[in-house]
Design a protein around this ligand. Structure first.
Ligand SMILES: [Fe+2]
Ligand SMILES: [Fe+2]
Length: 205
């Protein structure tokens, strides 16, 4: 079990993210507080399937719940723009990773490096990276922790599974999304982890 103070912090962040979602236009489809809960469940499943053990799986569940906390610090109007976002909108959206780290630093201090807080910072900062260095910060797979590589998969899978206007006719079934991740996004994800993850999602589908 993670420390009660960290649980309180994450539950508080979830409430803030839910309140932020409530400010978005009526009928938007991609609710962040629901996304992070789905991603956290996937993260736990993937941790158990890769034999990381109950305790770490539970820790990763809690940490993944907070991965997009930084979104709430951005103007609420940038998320629901209909068609493909312009470059300025994309630039702003991308700040949510570092803003998440700022939330942790502001709450606990930049000098506090408790393992769970460093895990939070790692997952917040690096969940939009790719193994081939094509992610937001251009980090390579060898620069990414196992936990971050896991979250990149869980996060992308959920993002691709919730239809949004610019997806058009894209196949958003689990099989369709996994195909996209393996083929169209080849090189982005840790192959071994994606293999385990695919089995889990296809068994469930
Ligand atoms: Fe994110
Ligand atoms: Fe996310």
């Amino acid at each position: 079990m993670i420390h009660a103070a960290y649980q309180d912090f994450i539950e508080d962040e979830l409430k803030k993210l839910e309140a932020y979602d409530a400010l978005r236009p009526h009928g938007h489809v991609y609710e962040f507080h629901k996304h992070v809960r789905r991603v956290a469940r996937s993260m736990k499943m993937l941790a158990l399937a890769t034999d990381l053990g109950e305790e770490l799986a539970e820790t990763l569940y809690w940490a993944a719940l907070a991965h997009d906390a930084g979104k709430r610090l951005l103007p609420v109007g940038i998320w629901d723009v209909g068609n493909k976002p312009d470059n300025e909108t994309k630039r702003m959206r991308r700040q949510h990773t570092q803003l998440g780290v700022k939330i942790v630093d502001d709450a606990f201090g930049t000098d506090c490096h408790e393992p769970f807080l460093d895990l939070l910072r790692d997952l917040m900062a690096n969940h939009h990276e790719a193994m081939d260095g094509s992610g937001w910060l251009k980090k390579k797979g060898s620069d990414l922790s196992l936990e971050a590589r896991m979250l990149c998969i869980c996060d992308a899978f959920d993002g691709y599974s919730v239809w949004r206007p610019h997806y058009g006719q894209r196949d958003i079934s689990p099989a369709g999304v996994l195909h996209r991740m393996r083929v169209e996004k080849a090189g982005h994800f840790d192959d071994a982890l994606l293999g385990v993850f695919s089995k889990l999602k296809l068994e469930k589908a």
